[in-house]
Design a protein around this ligand. Structure first.
Ligand SMILES: *Cc1c(COP(=O)(O)O)cnc(C)c1O
Length: 376
C-alpha cells in the first residue's frame, strides 16, 4: 500500500460527463473532454469518451503522448498554443490544435506535409480574457492565410474565458463570437465546422434561455471532474463533486497542549490557543507542498488546518483523533487536483463499476461495484 493516494471514482466522472453530453446536445453543442487537470490519465479520459464526449483536448504534448501510448485513437486537440519547437510532435500526436501565431501554423503545415498529413487548425480569438487569442480585427486575414497553406486545414474558431482575468462569457460576447464565425466564412469562402465557445465557465451561458448562435462546442474539464462552476466555486446541481478523494497518512499524533517556549508563541500567534484545544490532538500527515496545493484541500469536519511545509501537513483534530498509520480523506479543488495528479509520490487508484468500452494498455483499475447516491 502506498500513501498518499488519490481515489478516482470513474462512475461519478462518467455520470458528470454524460450529464453535460446530454444537456448540451439538446442545445446543439458538442462536449469536448479536457484532460489537462488529470495529466492525460488514459482511463479517466476513456470514461469521458464512453460518456459521449466527441473528443479530448489537452494543453501539453507530454499528456497527449500518454493518451496515445495507452492506445487511444480518438480525436485529440491541443488547446494550448503549440510551441514552435514541438510542431513535429503536435502533428504526429494531435488531430488539431488551437493557434494564434502564423509562424507556428506555417511550421505545423510543413511538419504535416513532411508526414503526408493534414493538421487541423482552430483559430483562437481574444474575447476579453487577455490570455491567448487573435484580435478579432485580424481574424479574417489570418484565416485567409491559413486557408492558402497546404498541410493544414481551417476547422474553426474558438474563444476562451475566465482563465486569466476571470471575465465571464456573457450573451453579448457569445453573440460576437457567432458573428465573427459568420464574417470569417463570408470574407474567405470557407466553412467553419467548429465554433468552440469556451470552457466550464461557459455553462451558465449555455444553459440560459439565450440562443447559442453558431457555438457548437464547449471544452469541459473542471465541471466534469469536480462538478463545480469554476467562477463561483458552487456545486452544479445533479453532479458529483466528490469523484476524487485524497488520502494522506498520519505519521505523528500529539496532545494539543500549550508548550512553554518559543514554538508556543508560534502556534498561539497564528492560531489562538483556546481551552477548546483540550479536546483536540495535533496530527502530522505525510503530505506537503511538494505533492499538492495544500490550500486546495477541504478540511473534513472536526479538523483545522494549522500549517504545512514541503513534506508535512499539520492539523488539529477533534477527539477521538486518528492514530498513527490511519489515513484522513480530503476533498480537493481544481488547483489541488491538477498538482496531485502530476505528483510522482501520489498513487492513483481507480474505482469503477464497469469495464472501459475499449481495452487500454495499463488501465490499472480496481473493479469494485458500488452504489452511492448524489449528495445535495
Ligand atoms: C483549461 C482549458 C479549458 C478547460 O477549462 P475548464 O475550466 O477545466 O473547463 C478549455 N479551454 C482551454 C483553452 C483551456 O486552457
Amino acid at each position: 500500500m502506498s500513501s498518499p493516494y488519490i481515489e478516482v471514482d470513474l462512475a461519478k466522472i462518467r455520470h458528470n460527463a454524460h450529464t453535460f453530453v446530454e444537456q448540451l446536445s439538446r442545445r446543439g453543442i458538442n462536449t469536448t473532454g479536457v484532460t489537462k487537470a488529470i495529466c492525460g490519465h488514459p482511463a479517466i479520459a476513456q470514461v469521458m469518451l464512453d460518456a459521449g464526449v466527441v473528443g479530448l483536448a489537452e494543453a501539453r504534448i507530454s499528456n497527449v503522448k500518454r493518451l496515445r501510448h495507452a492506445g487511444m485513437t480518438c480525436p485529440i486537440t491541443l488547446i494550448r498554443t503549440p510551441m514552435l519547437t514541438q510542431v513535429d510532435q503536435v502533428v504526429e500526436f494531435c488531430t488539431a490544435s488551437y493557434n494564434t501565431q502564423l509562424i507556428v501554423i506555417a511550421a505545423l503545415a510543413s511538419a504535416a506535409r513532411r508526414r503526408n498529413k493534414v493538421h487541423g487548425i482552430i483559430l483562437m480569438v481574444e474575447m476579453g480574457d487577455r490570455r491567448e487569442g487573435i484580435m478579432p480585427n485580424d481574424l479574417a486575414s489570418i484565416a485567409h492565410q491559413v486557408k492558402m497553406m497546404r498541410g493544414v486545414t481551417l476547422l474553426g474558431i474558438g474563444a476562451n474565458f475566465a482563465c486569466l482575468s476571470g471575465i465571464a462569457p456573457d450573451t453579448t460576447k457569445m453573440a460576437a463570437l457567432s458573428l465573427l464565425a459568420n464574417e470569417t466564412e463570408q470574407c474567405n469562402g470557407v466553412f467553419l465546422a467548429h465554433v468552440s465557445g469556451g470552457n466550464s465557465a461557459n455553462l451558465p451561458w449555455a444553459f440560459s434561455d439565450k440562443t447559442v448562435g453558431r457555438i457548437n462546442d464547449l471544452r469541459l474539464g473542471e465541471a466534469i471532474l469536480l462538478g463545480v462552476d469554476p467562477l463561483s466555486g458552487e456545486p452544479i446541481s445533479g453532479l458529483f463533486t466528490d469523484a476524487f478523494t485524497l488520502f494522506a497518512e498520519v505519521i505523528e499524533t500529539h496532545p494539543n497542549a500549550i508548550i512553554e517556549g518559543s514554538d508556543t508563541d508560534f502556534f498561539c500567534d497564528r492560531h489562538p490557543c483556546t481551552s477548546n484545544q483540550q479536546n483536540t490532538k495535533r496530527l502530522l500527515l505525510a503530505l506537503g507542498h511538494q505533492d499538492i496545493d495544500i490550500l486546495g484541500l477541504e478540511m473534513p469536519h472536526g479538523n483545522t488546518f494549522i500549517g504545512a511545509t514541503s513534506d508535512h501537513l499539520v492539523i488539529s483534530q477533534r477527539a477521538p483523533a486518528l492514530n498513527v498509520g490511519a489515513s484522513l480523506a480530503f476533498q480537493i479543488n481544481y488547483s489541488a487536483l491538477m498538482r496531485a495528479m502530476a505528483a510522482p509520490d501520489i498513487e492513483i487508484r481507480l474505482l469503477t463499476d464497469q469495464p472501459l468500452s475499449v481495452p487500454l494498455r495499463t488501465p490499472n483499475m480496481n473493479q469494485r461495484k458500488h452504489v452511492r447516491s448524489l449528495h445535495a
